[in-house]
Design a binder for this molecule. Structure first.
Ligand code: ADP
Ligand code: MG
Length: 400
């Protein structure tokens, strides 16, 4: 869908205006220390744009799940401190999100950037309460949503507020929409979707939506075992969702109809558990092996990797969502790393590639591969819902 973006506004429209910007500063925190500032950096182009055009910025974000109460450990103060370093200018951090005190501080403090307190300290945020949305809207003249990572939520600061103010997409929001839309509209072929991760259930919508569009659907991670078990393979103690066997079989049948090749692992790395400290066996799945009854599949094996390298040479469009194995454990990261390498190489050869999903993006970042993909999405759940073909509430309100 088309959205109005702040890049259509210049100094004339922005100078001296109070611009309320919803960002996704929901960063991983450990005892007050920010573990990754990726999401904050992703918002910088919008903030810089607004500052260059002489606007005043009032930032809104949630952090964690305080469930409608003030929780000291989830205050945005450390985020504001770090933002000061990133922007190289003063950020005034407020200890509340709405109300008279906030209004007074916005008037009295000499700063160009303000950060309101965690929006989820107020129950009205997740309830999308019009009164809370209005209280937020009263603080500014223009609303900008740059929080792609929260765009699948219809909350007061991501959706409701747009009822009260002229509303625009930020530059990150626009970049995400453009990058993901490219996969759904007229992708170049061959088009491959590589889908992994823990559960079929969480990826079902994406599988169903993309199946008719892609040439290859690679299924890895624990998800693959539901497909393999549904076809009668012995998969030992691997993670499966028996309630989805029927669904898996009907996806395989649908793929035949749409001439999509579903690629399942040919061999799998087995261990006693995902926390095991070594590989116990590598089994070829077509043979079946009685010795694996006590073991779980934790990664794709070397034959699967070799097959993917061969099959995916020359693909033109790539979506990658979900790791191939338990990559958090270094013993079982080889499959995910190899797939990252194969897809990055295809990108070097000119393919358009998108990585989405919190854990897949973490894997790509850990490998320092982010720059080798065309687009690394900042939204986990949001990118999934977008690729399911849903209209996200935080985007719908920005419609042109
Ligand atoms: P994303 O966040 O990229 O969408 P998911 O959340 O769907 O990915 O899945 C990521 C999780 O799946 C990781 O924690 C990983 O350890 C787990 N996983 C992948 N393969 C397996 C497997 N074979 N057995 C158990 N867990 C797995
Ligand atoms: Mg995940």
């Amino acid at each position: 869908m088309n959205v109005k973006c702040i890049d259509s506004l210049g100094t004339q429209e922005l100078a001296g205006k109070r611009v309320l910007v919803r960002v996704d500063f929901n960063v991983p925190l450990e005892s007050g220390e920010i573990q990754s500032d990726q999401r904050m950096r992703a918002a910088l182009p919008t903030l810089t744009y607004l500052l260059e055009h002489q606007a005043q910025i009032i930032l809104m974000s949630h952090l964690g799940r305080p469930k409608g109460q003030f929780v000291d450990d989830l205050r945005l103060k450390p985020v504001g401190k770090h933002l000061e370093e990133l922007l190289e200018q003063k950020v005034c951090v407020l200890s509340e999100t709405v109300g008279d005190q906030v209004k007074a501080t916005l008037k009295s403090e000499d700063a160009r950037v303000f950060l309101l307190e965690n929006t989820r300290f107020y129950p009205g945020e997740t309830e999308n309460d019009p009164a809370f949305a209005k209280a937020l809207a009263e603080l500014g003249d223009i609303y900008v949503n740059d929080a792609f990572g929260a765009a699948h939520r219809a909350h007061a600061s991501t959706a409701g507020i747009a009822d009260y103010l002229p509303s625009y997409a930020g530059l990150l929001m626009q970049r995400e929409i453009t990058a993901l839309s490219k996969l759904l509209k007229s992708p170049d072929h061959p088009f491959v979707a590589v889908i992994g991760g823990a559960k079929v259930s969480s990826k079902l919508g994406v599988l169903e939506n993309l199946l008719p569009a892609v040439d290859f659907l690679v299924i890895g991670g624990a998800m693959a075992f539901t497909f393999l078990a549904a076809q009668g393979q012995n998969i030992g103690q691997s993670l499966v969702e028996p309630e989805l066997y029927e669904t898996a079989l009907s996806l395989l049948a649908a793929a035949k109809k749409s001439k999509t090749e579903i690629i399942l692992p040919q061999d799998t790395v087995m261990a006693k558990s995902k926390d095991d400290d070594q590989i116990r066996s590598v089994v070829k799945l077509e043979i079946g092996d009685a010795d694996i009854n006590e073991l779980s599949g934790v990664d794709i094996g070397p034959e699967s990797i070799a097959m993917l390298r061969q099959k995916l040479a020359g693909v033109k469009t790539i979506l990658w969502n979900g790791p191939m194995g338990v990559f958090e454990n270094p013993c079982f990261a080889a499959g995910t790393e190899a797939v990252a390498e194969i897809l990055a190489e295809a990108t070097d050869q000119g393919a358009y590639s998108v990585v989405g999903g919190g854990d897949s993006v973490a894997a790509v970042e850990k490998l320092h591969f982010s720059k080798r993909f065309s687009h690394v999405s900042t939204g986990g759940g949001a990118s999934l819902e977008f690729l399911e073909g849903k209209t996200l509430p935080g985007i719908a309100v920005l419609g042109a």
